[in-house]
Ligand binder design. Structure first.
Ligand code: BG6
Length: 481
C-alpha cells in the first residue's frame, strides 16, 4: 500500500540564501520531490532571495541545474519540472540594508501561509527577523526556519534566541536539526511508544548499556574553516547525537504533540551528569600522504577533534547506572549510524556453565540499510544436546516494506511540517540552550588544558583510546563494518 500524500495549504515560502549550498543540495530538491508527489498545491510560491542581482529566468536556470546535480535523472520529468519552475520567483535582497525589501513585500499574498527560511549565516538572523517584522512582511501567523549551527556556545545561542524573540513568538520559530527529519529517527519513537514489548525493559534494571554510533567516511575538505572552529562536539554531538540520546532515554510523552515531546527531551538533557575527564576520547585523522585533517582544515596547529567517543550518565530514576556510550567521527571505515541497546544477563541460567551466554541486543539501524535486529538465544539445531546459539531476528525495512519503501530526505519532511505548522520535529529554544549548557564546560576544559586529540588513521574505526574507553568497563564497541 502506497502512503497517501495529503496536500498542504497554499503557501509563500521565501528562501533567504537561495543560491547557497544548502538550498541547492537539500531545500530545493526536497521541495521539488514534494511537488512531484502532489503534496504542494497549485498556486504555492517559492521565492528565492539572495544578494546577487539576477532575473527570475536566471534563478530558474540555477535551480534547474541544482536539481539536475542533486536528483536522479529519472525524477526530472519535463512536465513536472515546468510546473515547479512556474512556482519560482526571485528577489535580490540586502539583508543588512534596504534593497529588495519592498519588492519582497509585493510578492507576498494575503490569505496564504507565509514561511521564511533563513539559510544564511546566523549573524544575519537578527537583521532578517527585524526587517521582516518592521516592514510587515511577516505577521503573527508567519513561520521562520533557522538552520544549525544555532550558536557556538550557550552565550551565542542565547543571544540568537533573544534576537529572534524580539520579533517572533516561540511557536513561529522552527529550529532545524535534520536528524529529527530522518525517517528512521522518527521510527525510534514508533518502536518505543507503539509497542508494549520494549518499554517494560527500557530502564537501568534491564539495560546494561546503550551505544550510539554515527560514523562518516567523508572528511572536512571543503568546509575546513567552519569545521575547525567547531569540531565533532559542536558539529554533531550538541545537536544530532544529543537528539538521538533524548529519543532513546526520554519518558513517554502523554501525546505526540510538540511541547509534550520537547518537555520530555529537555528533561533528559538536564539529567545528564557533567562529563568526567576519563570518560571521553577525542581523535583527529592524520594521514601519511593520504587524507589528513590538518591539511584539509588548513590549520597545521589545529587541536580540533574530528572524532569523539564518550560515556554519559543520565541521572534519573529510569537510567541511573546504565551508561550511554556515544561516538562519532569523520573519515572512518564506513558510513553507519545505529543505536544498540544491550540488555543484561538473565538472573539465573538453567543451562549450565558450558553454554556461552550472549547478551540480547536490539540494534536500530538508522543508515544505511535501515532496519532493526534483535539478537536472541536459541537452541542450536541438532542432536548434540542442549547447546545455545545467538541469532538475529533481522528486519531490513527495504525487504519488509518492499517496493513501497520510499525514504524521503529529512528536508522533505521538515519543510512540509513548517507549512503544516507542526513543531514536533524541531528544537525549542530551551532545548538548544540546555544542550549548550552541558557542552560548554567540557569544551572549556579542553581549551584551558590545551588537550590534543589522539591521531587515528583515515579509514579506521577511530583512535585506540576509544576502544579502551569501553574495554576498561568490560564492554566493547560494535564493529563498524
Ligand atoms: C551536519 C554536519 O549537520 O550533519 C556534517 O554539519 C555532517 O558535518 C552531517 O556530515 C551528517 O548528516 P547525514 O545526514 O549525512 O548523516
Amino acid at each position: 500500500m502506497v502512503a497517501r500524500v495529503i496536500p498542504v495549504e497554499k503557501f509563500d515560502l521565501v528562501i533567504f540564501g537561495a543560491t547557497g549550498d544548502l538550498a541547492r543540495r537539500k531545500i530545493l530538491p526536497g521541495l521539488y520531490r514534494r511537488w512531484k508527489e502532489g503534496q504542494i498545491p497549485e498556486g504555492a510560491a517559492i521565492i528565492g532571495a539572495a544578494r546577487s542581482e539576477m532575473s527570475r529566468a536566471e534563478f530558474q536556470a540555477q535551480v534547474t541545474s541544482a536539481l539536475e546535480e542533486f536528483l536522479p535523472k529519472d525524477e526530472l520529468q519535463p512536465d513536472v519540472l515546468a510546473g515547479f519552475m512556474d512556482m519560482l520567483g526571485y528577489v535580490a535582497i540586502d539583508a543588512r540594508g534596504e534593497g529588495g525589501w519592498q519588492a519582497l513585500g509585493e510578492h507576498m499574498r494575503e490569505g496564504v501561509v507565509r514561511a521564511f527560511y533563513f539559510s544564511v549565516a546566523p549573524s544575519l538572523f537578527g537583521d532578517l527577523a527585524q526587517r521582516l517584522h518592521q516592514r510587515g512582511i511577516a505577521d503573527r501567523d508567519s513561520r521562520i526556519v533557522v538552520e544549525k549551527p544555532f550558536g557556538k556556545d550557550l552565550q551565542t545561542a542565547r543571544a540568537l534566541n533573544q534576537v529572534l524573540a524580539e520579533y517572533f513568538h516561540e511557536d513561529q520559530i522552527y529550529r532545524i536539526d535534520h536528524y529529527l527529519g530522518k525517517e528512521t529517527v522518527q521510527n525510534l519513537m514508533a518502536v518505543r511508544f507503539a509497542n508494549i514489548l520494549f518499554e517494560p525493559l527500557w530502564n537501568a534494571q534491564f539495560v546494561d548499556h546503550v551505544q550510539i554510533t554515527v560514523a562518516e567516511t567523508v572528511g572536512v575538505d571543503g568546509r575546513g574553516e567552519y569545521y575547525d572552529n567547531s569540531g565533532a562536539m559542536r558539529d554533531m554531538v550538541q545537536n544530532h547525537l544529543m537528539q538521538l540520546l533524548c529519543l532513546i532515554a526520554m519518558e513517554p510523552p502523554h501525546c505526540f504533540e510538540p511541547d509534550a515531546m520537547r518537555d520530555e527531551k529537555l528533561k533528559v538533557i538536564r539529567a545528564l551528569d557533567p562529563l568526567r575527564p576519563g570518560d571521553y576520547v577525542r581523535g583527529q585523522y592524520r594521514g601519511n600522504g593520504g587524507a589528513d585533517y590538518l591539511t584539509e582544515a588548513g590549520n597545521p596547529e589545529s587541536r580540533t577533534e574530528s572524532f569523539i567517543a564518550m560515556k554519559l550518565h543520565v541521572s534519573n530514576w529510569r537510567w541511573k547506572g546504565t551508561p550511554f556510550y556515544l561516538r562519532t567521527g569523520k573519515r572512518l571505515k564506513s558510513r553507519v549510524s545505529e543505536i544498540a541497546i544491550t540488555f543484561k544477563e538473565p538472573p539465573h541460567s538453567i543451562f549450565g556453565e558450558s553454554n556461552l551466554w550472549r547478551e540480547n541486543v536490539l540494534v536500530i539501524r538508522l543508515q544505511p540499510d535501515e532496519g532493526m535486529d534483535l539478537r536472541v538465544m536459541i537452541k542450536e539445531p541438532g542432536p548434540g544436546g542442549m547447546r545455545l546459539k545467538d541469532v538475529a531476528l533481522d528486519m531490513s525495512f527495504a525487504e519488509a516494506l518492499g517496493n513501497d519503501l520510499y525514504v524521503p530526505d529529512a528536508y522533505e519532511r521538515l519543510i512540509m511540517d513548517v507549512i503544516r505548522g507542526n513543531q514536533t520535529l524541531f528544537m525549542r529554544g530551551d532545548e538548544v540552550e540546555a544542550a549548550w549548557a552541558w557542552v560548554d564546560p567540557i569544551i572549556e576544559g579542553w581549551e584551558t588544558r590545551g588537550d590534543r586529540p589522539e591521531p587515528y588513521d583515515p579509514g579506521s574505526t577511530g583512535p585506540e583510546g576509544a576502544l579502551m574507553l569501553m574495554h576498561k568497563d568490560g564492554r566493547r564497541w560494535r564493529e563498524i563494518r
